[in-house]
Design a binder for this molecule. Structure first.
Ligand code: FE2
Length: 153
């Protein structure tokens, strides 16, 4: 026998326990992972095809670090904020993202040169809209193209 009030109270204790385990680092970890997963996916969908179609070496420019980004992102997502490896994991991830971010100094100007202002505007809207489509977690074996599948922890 298990009284309903006990069941409800157990639920309340679970919620309190979850609440106590939430910290700011975990919240920002989720936010960071979501932003990065969205960003990589949106680039894959909208930016890479333009490079591939219009640049002779477009494919190698856009695909060379993708696997490493996904692997490091997964490792970061799987590391609890209380784990001593948490800060090293995010530093590790940012280290591999550094060259990707620096590409904005030459890849993005090259991209804008390939596009009309209307095309650029249209891609910008499509890019922003992918936020509702992308998975909340990344995975090294995640597909490179749609359909995107949520990867459970
Ligand atoms: Fe990027």
């Amino acid at each position: 026998m298990h009284a309903i009030s006990d069941t409800i109270k157990e639920d309340h204790r679970e919620l309190e326990a979850c609440y106590e385990k939430i910290d700011e680092k975990a919240i920002w970890q989720n936010q960071f992972a979501w932003e990065l997963a969205h960003h990589l996916c949106a680039e894959e969908l909208f930016i890479h095809p333009v490079f591939e179609k219009r640049l002779h070496n477009g494919k190698e420019i856009e695909h060379k670090d993708r696997g490493e980004h996904q692997t490091k992102l997964k490792k970061f997502q799987d590391t609890r904020s209380s784990n001593p490896s948490f800060i090293p994991a995010i530093h590790d991830l940012m280290k591999v993202l550094g060259p990707h971010i620096e590409e904005e100094n030459f890849a993005l100007p090259a991209l804008e040169q390939m596009l009309s202002p209307q095309e650029s505007d249209s891609m910008s809207h499509s890019f922003a809209r992918t936020k509702i489509l992308v998975p909340s977690r990344s995975h090294p074996s995640a597909p490179n193209n749609l359909p995107l599948i949520h990867q459970p922890r």
